[in-house]
Design a protein. Structure first.
Length: 195
């Protein structure tokens, strides 16, 4: 289990690292849509398909990100955290996921050995981490906090809507809402007695 310090002070990735497996994806316009109860159903279907493809390789699978928070507007893309024993052992999970339509997009050894695979239809970002990764804890804590705190859920939704008009790519959009995300993390970490 990660320490409080590891959870509350995340490591950054190496800026000199090229994370793209096959080059960066083409730019896409960010669009925020109203929450739909279809998202948890899509997660259940995707999780079942991943479990069927990988079997015992799956140590955990979680619906995270905005589509996992009832009532929160979001991009129509599911974020799923897949926990495996060692993300570096790509041969144990990448080929099987490719067979069911995922594309290996990101490899970030400097950032918790993160791997990202994307499914085009329905849209899924599948994040792969090891079992003791602080990022897994952060994702679940943020999701659970937004589910339980409607005022921060509304604040985050406002930040997302305000970030869209700036244009640019998804990374630009993410950067524009970062200040609000950090303020929410600060509140939830303090409430958990971690700061």
């Amino acid at each position: 289990m990660p320490t409080f310090e590891e959870i509350t002070r995340p490591d950054g990735s190496d800026p000199s690292e090229d994370p793209w497996v096959n080059g960066p994806p083409p730019p896409e316009t960010v669009a925020i849509v109203a929450y739909t109860p279809e998202w948890p159903r899509r997660f259940q279907a995707a999780a079942a398909e991943i479990r069927a493809a990988l079997g015992r390789v799956v140590l955990g699978i979680d619906h995270v990100g905005s589509t996992s928070v009832e009532g929160l507007a979001a991009k129509d893309v599911l974020d799923i955290d897949l926990t495996v024993a060692d993300p570096r052992q790509e041969e144990l999970y990448v080929p099987a996921l490719v067979r069911i339509g995922y594309v290996h997009t990101v490899r970030e050894p400097s950032w918790y050995e993160h791997r990202l695979l994307r499914l085009a239809e329905p849209r899924v970002n599948l994040h792969v981490f090891g079992p003791d990764c602080p990022e897994l804890v952060r994702h679940r804590m943020f999701r659970d906090w937004l589910r339980a705190h409607p005022e921060d859920r509304a604040l985050y939704e406002d930040a997302k809507q305000a970030a869209v008009p700036g244009g640019g790519n998804v990374m630009d959009y993410n950067a524009r809402k970062e200040e609000t995300i950090q303020a929410i993390y600060d509140r939830l970490f303090r409430a958990a007695g971690m700061l």
